[in-house]
Design a protein around this ligand. Structure first.
Ligand code: UD1
Length: 422
């Protein structure tokens, strides 16, 4: 098993470009099969989750080529509607194939993605929305078979603004007969990116980014070339890392508007941030102050995907902060690991009470999920001594060689490969 080894205490400094957004690239790659021909997607990050998605596309009959960070998908031979259980269990985002396969082939067979380290993660909202579009669903608790002789537009109200359900329904509705109105839709920037991509292929969708999305179905989509937005969570992670190491970092190629709530929280904590177009300067030279209350909830509120990382910063701030997690019920697994590094955090139901300490100390810790792993990396960068992070395959799902990114900013971080005994 590979590990990350970090010698803490070096302020991050320098400039970095932020790679494309995983959460935009995954549904967009899935949606590429909705057009027949060759689709080019640029700025695709090199992540293990993307590798799984490309594997699924190949298993459906696509030809997939890589040229740097451009993925070229030829979808002419898509014929397979079965997504193997082994791929479903590797990545929840396999469910993004539901809408596109229903639109292209009228059928999809897949398996429940199941729970994971951060919560139950049901797919009932995806299924309800698809059923409203005329999809017949047979669900025996593990295997799900969805068929649609014809997709028909409908008025759909989501009980909760689920990101994935909004995207799946949008994709299916893009090629349905008639108009779909999706109310209480999620408003994340990645949904706007999916709308822009589908429209570039000839779809007629408006409203992504608001809570009402209107989709006029079209009979076919045509291939296009499209560039993925920068990853706001990677940007936020680097900003927090810069702040806690008392560093000074320039982030190039970001979309500051996507980070409004994170910027607001960081400024309240005493971090200096300057914005100039798509460039952001982050300086962590002042005292870090506690933030009375941060509540994670759907965009544009503070993102659950930065909750564990901000907790590291609050662990080093003067005073007591409270973080309430409302999106995923099980997303405090990093607390035990941070406590092993000297953080003072008490969890009560879905709230964490964080009392700032003067410093964290290096330890051997385990990444329990993707963002928890990112938090441990940040903690290691600021800790006194050596931190060893295990189970780093979780981190590779969302950060393109995190150790190289951080080394380019002066961090002392290495990936160690296991020693093979002859
Ligand atoms: C997406 C992001 C993930 C982020 C999350 C919330 C991708 C690939 N992943 O995940 O990084 O943390 O948004 O911002 O884009 N729920 C149901 N039933 C459903 C669907 C969701 O109960 O059918 C619940 C989930 O269990 C969870 C909440 O809704 O508690 C939010 O989930 P959702 O917005 O769907 O997140 P994902 O799309 O899975």
């Amino acid at each position: 098993m590979e590990k990350l080894v970090i010698e803490g205490g070096k302020p991050l400094s320098g400039a970095i470009s932020i790679h494309g957004a995983k959460n935009a690239a995954l549904p967009i790659l899935a949606a590429s099969i909705m057009a027949e021909g060759t689709v080019k997607i640029e700025n695709v990050p090199d992540l293990s989750d993307i590798g799984v998605m490309l594997g699924i596309l190949r298993s459906l009959g696509c030809k997939v080529e890589l040229a740097g960070d451009t993925v070229i998908v030829n979808t002419n031979a898509v014929h397979q509607y079965h997504i193997p259980e082994s791929l479903m269990s590797q990545m929840r985002s396999s469910i993004f194939l539901m809408g596109p396969l229903l639109a292209r082939l009228g059928k999809v067979e897949l398996y429940q993605p199941g729970g994971c380290a951060i919560g139950e993660r049901k797919i009932d909202l995806h299924l309800k929305g698809l059923a409203a579009l005329g999809v017949v669903i047979e669900d025996n608790g593990s295997r799900i078979v969805c068929t649609a002789k014809e997709l028909v537009g409908a008025d759909i109200v989501l009980d909760y603004p689920s990101v994935g359900a909004t995207e799946n329904i949008m994709m299916a509705a893009a090629m349905a007969r008639g108009k779909t109105t999706l109310t209480n839709a999620a408003r994340e920037p990645e949904i706007q990116d999916l709308q822009n991509f589908l429209n570039a292929m000839g779809a007629r969708i408006i409203g992504a980014g608001t809570d009402t999305i209107t989709i006029e179905g079209v009979p076919e989509l045509v291939p296009c070339t499209y560039r993925i937005i920068p990853d706001r969570i990677v940007a936020g992670t680097i900003m927090i890392a810069a702040a806690v190491t008392r560093g000074s970092v320039t982030l190039n190629g970001v979309c500051p508007a996507h980070l409004t709530s994170a910027i607001h929280v960081l400024k309240r904590a005493g971090v200096q941030i300057t914005i100039d177009g798509d460039i952001m300067y982050v300086c962590g030279s002042g005292r870090l102050k506690a933030v009375e209350r941060i509540v994670t909830s759907p965009y544009p509120s503070f993102p659950t995907d930065l909750q564990s990382q901000i907790m590291v910063l609050l662990s080093l701030a003067d005073g007591v902060s409270i973080v309430k997690e409302t999106v995923f019920e099980g997303r405090f697994k990093h607390v035990d690991e941070l406590s092993r590094m000297g953080a003072d955090i008490r969890v009560d139901l879905n709230s964490a009470f964080i009392r700032g300490v003067p410093r964290l100390y290096g330890a051997t810790v385990e990444a329990t999920d993707l963002r928890a792993g990112a938090a441990l990396v940040i903690a290691g960068l600021t800790a006194q001594g050596t931190t060893v992070i295990e189970q780093i395959h979780h981190i590779d799902r969302g950060y393109d060689r995190i150790e190289l990114m951080l080394r380019s900013l002066g961090a002392n971080i290495l990936r160690t490969a296991p020693v093979v005994m002859e």
